[in-house]
Design a protein around this ligand. Structure first.
Ligand code: UT7
Length: 338
């Protein structure tokens, strides 16, 4: 028997407002045809003005806790992955903890963008395996709509991202049969900071030759909007996600053909098709949600997990592989028996 962690509950929440590619045609110099052909995205969700990231996270968390069959007071930690926190500080986990009504337990914000949820899962796994924690709430939640350039100039980034939240409860478990029992098998985490400026949000920040972390010049230059070199991101995403997954499976002595479902990050349908093609994975084993949510960065994998369960494509006992890539550059992969 070995002490491990497993996913015991999953929840998700997306705002009601659906924004189609045709809606974006009215704001930006873009077209439904371009967006679908280049990315696979058909629509995404946007919040209303008075919703914050921790509000979305709260709804997903309540569902995950209920599905885990525990009381919220059984939680002993919150790990919150987001690049779009309610405020710069304190972390979004603090706001969520208050809204959830679980004072006293530690909260940790993870700032690893699209890879954030896999980093959070891996950290939770380590805390549980060390014996110090029993039930950890792990969240990925994002509000992109409030931070995008929605003017005609914003099209190269603005059409890609959407809002949403996903949450899981990870709990301690004793694994007797590692080929059958639900547990996190292995995770690999990576980063190469030399690519940091290929996909980033420069301002506000202290990395400018300025006495103020936010000034009018930054706003005038649009440095408070995400900047991306799409082609460099695309090429590296395919390369790094496949490498990470191949190494992870090799180290874990798992064959690709034994994996039941692939829950990849959703940045571009073409990235995931290329990954599947390169690794010889049948398309039907890759669960994609980008068509309806766009790229929801840290929320993407738990949102997909929730939808896959709802659609009967992810069932207890299945062997699952996830991989993600994003700003940093950061990338990660994870193998788990659901
Ligand atoms: O989670 C990690 C975050 N992001 C990613 O992983 C994104 C990775 N990159 C990509 O998915 C793709 O590079 C994009 C979808 C962002 C762009 O696709 P692309 O095939 O690399 O297009 P491109 O940037 O080379 O642009 C092709 C053309 C350009 O026009 P010209 O120069 O050929 O006349 C762009 O100006 O498409 C134009 N364009 C658009 N046209 C209509 C760029 N964005 C748009 C748009 N609507 N939204």
């Amino acid at each position: 028997m070995a002490l491990s962690s497993k996913i015991t509950g999953v929840g998700s929440f997306v705002p009601e407002r659906v924004v189609t590619n045709h809606d974006l045609e009215k704001m930006m110099n873009t077209s439904d045809e371009w967006i679908q052909q280049r990315t696979g995205i058909v629509e995404r969700r946007w919040v209303d003005a008075n919703t914050s990231t921790s509000d979305l996270a709260l709804k997903a968390s309540v569902e995950a806790i209920e599905n885990a069959g525990i009381d919220k007071n059984d939680l002993d930690m919150i790990i919150f992955a987001t690049l779009s926190p309610d405020h710069d500080f304190p972390g979004a986990g603090c706001f969520l903890q208050d809204k959830l009504g679980v004072p006293g337990i530690p909260t940790l914000d993870i700032r690893q963008q699209c890879t954030g949820f896999l980093y959070a899962m891996s950290i939770a796994d380590k805390f549980i395996k060390s014996g110090s924690n029993k039930n950890i709430l792990v969240i990925g939640a994002e509000i992109h709509s409030k931070g995008l350039d929605r003017s005609p100039e914003g099209r190269n980034v603005g059409v890609l991202f959407g809002d949403g939240a996903g949450a899981i409860v990870m709990s301690a478990t004793d694994v007797k049969d590692d080929k059958a029992d639900s547990h996190i098998i292995n995770c690999h985490l990576h980063c190469d900071g030399s690519y940091a400026k290929e996909l980033w949000l420069p301002g506000p920040g202290t990395g400018f030759n300025s006495e103020n972390r936010c000034d009018q010049k930054m706003l005038d230059e649009g440095l408070h909007f995400p900047q991306m070199n799409g082609k460099v991101v695309f090429v590296n995403a395919v390369k790094k996600m496949s490498q990470s997954l191949i190494n992870l499976c090799k180290e874990s002595e798992v064959k690709f053909e034994d994996i039941d479902l692939f829950l990849f990050h959703q940045a571009n349908l073409r990235i995931n098709s290329k990954l599947a093609e390169m690794m010889g994975i049948p398309e039907e084993k890759v669960f994609n949600t980008i068509q309806k949510y766009g790229n929801t960065t840290a929320a993407t994998i738990p949102l997909g997990m929730h939808d896959a369960v709802k659609e009967g494509k992810l069932k207890p006992g299945m062997l699952v592989a996830s991989a993600a890539f994003g700003s940093g550059f950061t990338w990660a992969s994870s193998l788990y028996r659901f």
